[in-house]
Design a protein around this ligand. Structure first.
Ligand SMILES: Nc1nc2c(ncn2[C@@H]2O[C@H](COP(=O)(O)OP(=O)(O)OP(=O)(O)O)[C@@H](O)[C@H]2O)c(=O)[nH]1
Ligand SMILES: [Mg+2]
Length: 380
């Protein structure tokens, strides 16, 4: 129980309060429950005498990763967990982990023990020397390696490395590496320009920096995953291409609008196919065929946008159903606006093609803006 003096006093400046950590090691996780204790143990073993902390940024894993981290944190104050609800994304998780740190040095390491934590002391020492901004673990330099990847994965990795090096003119041997340590001021200098999309945070940092970053690469051998499953899928590849595009083209057109429009365009094909099936296949009358086709196209559009365009804030369960209903309502208003604008321009003497295109433009922008607000409003 506090005395009244304790209640009014501020922190006791004379007490022996330990200073903050020298290095924050950010671990992005999604379903890594069985790996995290071993990872923290190995980090501790690799960094004796160093004031480190581990910040796990967990995207609401279904296997109880965050609860496991909290258990560990109750025994060791150098461990903490940021739990993000309704969000996904390795890069954005790293950024949020970095921003929660007050340490002068920041590192990232995967949660599945594939990165070699024994390289961390060397990374830290290089940053302490002060002649580099960032130290990168590389699988593609002498002494490094990609472990037991099969031929297909190895070829894909090589190809994306080459693509990243050529398009963004990054001279790193392994720009796709997810294992690096960076000075705090360097990270804070670029953080507002990061795209934060997908898996490739290192590439994002290099492509965003206004001056060339001074870097050093240290080799490491990529290990086999300790436990759990990989999260790499086709969408990771799509995210990678989006990030390259954003870095080349700037942010004039949001990547979500591009996905939304492409999916919307594909919706016309879906509509025609569904109409043909209903009208010719099931011999329904014209208007029910058209209504079924419109509804079907909207459900497909909603599903694809939820899977791809808004993959970082995917709706599920009851939210999915609610989202679908609102999506259909919003897009119906968009369709009325589309027809109204096109007819107005056409009646006013416009040629048919510009009239139709103007209607499509208005309808798409409305659908995009209104669904972003009413269907996938970010929970931040
Ligand atoms: N917070 C967060 N972490 C993620 C997400 N996706 C992956 N991760 C974590 O990022 C790290 C790398 O993901 P992995 O699936 O192992 O990807 P990888 O190492 O490139 O590929 P594999 O060799 O197949 O394991 C792991 O610690 C994952 O748990 C995500 O959406 N959010
Ligand atoms: Mg992995």
């Amino acid at each position: 129980m506090l005395s009244s003096a304790d209640e009014t006093a501020g922190p006791d400046r004379t007490a022996d309060v330990p200073a903050g950590p020298e290095i924050s090691i950010v671990v992005p996780t999604f379903n890594e429950r069985e790996n995290i204790a071993e990872l923290v143990r190995r980090i501790g073993e690799a960094l004796p005498g160093v004031a480190w902390e581990v910040i796990v940024v967990d995207d609401d894993s279904t296997d109880g990763t965050a609860a496991r981290v909290s258990e560990l944190a109750r025994q060791d104050r150098r461990i903490r967990c940021i739990q993000r609800i309704g969000r996904r994304g390795l890069s954005s998780a790293c950024i949020e982990g970095f921003l929660s740190s007050s340490a002068p040095y920041l590192a990232v390491i995967d949660g599945d023990l594939q990165h070699d934590e024994t390289v961390l002391p060397d990374m830290l020492e290089n940053l302490r020397q002060g002649d580099v901004d960032i130290v990168v673990g590389s699988r593609y330099m002498a002494g490094g390696g990609i472990g037991d990847w099969d031929g297909r994965r190895a070829r894909l990795s090589r190809a994306s490395t080459l693509l990243a090096q050529k398009t963004l003119r990054v001279v790193l041997s392994d720009p796709m590496s997810g294992f690096f340590a960076v000075r705090r001021d360097v990270l804070h200098g670029v953080v507002r320009g990061l795209s934060g999309v997908g898996f490739k945070i290192l590439l994002d940092i290099f492509a965003t920096a206004e001056r060339p970053l001074r870097f050093r690469e240290l080799p490491y051998e990529f290990r086999a995953r300790h436990a759990g499953e990989s999260k790499v899928d086709g969408i990771v590849a799509l995210d990678f291409l989006t990030m390259l595009l954003q870095k080349k083209a700037g942010r004039l057109v949001p990547s979500r609008l591009i996905y939304f429009s492409v999916i919307g365009g594909g919706g016309i094909v879906v509509h025609l196919a569904a109409f043909a099936a209903a009208f010719h296949g099931f011999s329904l009358a014209f208007w029910p065929s058209q209504a079924i086709a419109a509804l079907f196209a909207m459900v497909v559009n909603f599903t694809l946008n939820n899977l791809v365009t808004y993959r970082d804030q995917r709706l599920s369960g009851r939210d999915w159903l609610r989202g679908l209903v609102v999506f259909c309502l919003v897009c119906s208003i968009g369709a009325v606006g589309n027809v109204g604008v096109a007819s107005y321009i056409f009646r006013g003497g416009g040629a048919w093609l510009p009239s139709v295109l103007a209607g499509l433009l208005i309808g798409t922008v409305w659908n995009y803006a209104a669904t972003a607000f009413y269907v996938w409003r970010p929970r931040r």
